[in-house]
Write a protein that binds this ligand. Sequence first.
Ligand code: 13P
Length: 247
Amino acid sequence: MARTLIAGNWKMNGLRSSLVEIVAIAGGVTPARENVEALICVPATLLMQAADQARESDLKIGGETCHANESGAHTGDVSAEMLADAGASYVIVGHSERRADHGETSEVVAAQAAAALRAGITPIICVGETAAERDSGKAIEVVTSMLRESLPTGAGADSLVIAYEPVWAIGTGNVATVEAVDEMHNALRESLSDVFGADADLIPILYGGSMKPGNAADLLAVKNVNGGLIGGASLKAADFLAIYAAA
Ligand SMILES: O=C(CO)COP(=O)(O)O
């Protein structure tokens, strides 16, 4: 059975003044509950300070993307080794905003996930369909093939996290129905079983897309939902902790 992971994604939000939220979240998730982990992924500018604030707590800190290479001439990029050195234990890869804004393909995402593993941090591999893909009845096919193509080769099941984030549900308030989430997460678990066999059950599959304190309990109760990847509602400690409490 996979552990539960309640993860925040601050995206391009947060200044030094926002670190008070990290302090409050760290206090609220310590001591850790059995089998429930809390994580906040922050912009690279805040990583070191956020990790320092969380050091004595059970809150984990992560990055939001990484380059596939360890170092080199890639102006503006950050390697997985740099994230690890700054105190990250996770990194989000393949978020739909990265895929759309930076043209990151599933092949690139697989290389980024492999880089995270090389650096000793856990990649959270994001997949999800657009509204047009869902409307055309192809959501399951699109998302499961995106997953297959985004998996790093040779990874162990205990070192991966998957996040299903329907693009149309991100930041829109249009949360996916429990039925649609159930169907997609079952399909993702099956795809993972094709690759990892029985060990696929160890991989947390998170739901992301307008998860809020008011809908978290219903979404987190779905069989193959092992946590959430939360954008807007992770920026305030009170909202994030309410979702953590619902897990
Ligand atoms: O993209 C997301 C998390 O990675 C979800 O964002 P929202 O929770 O703001 O919809």
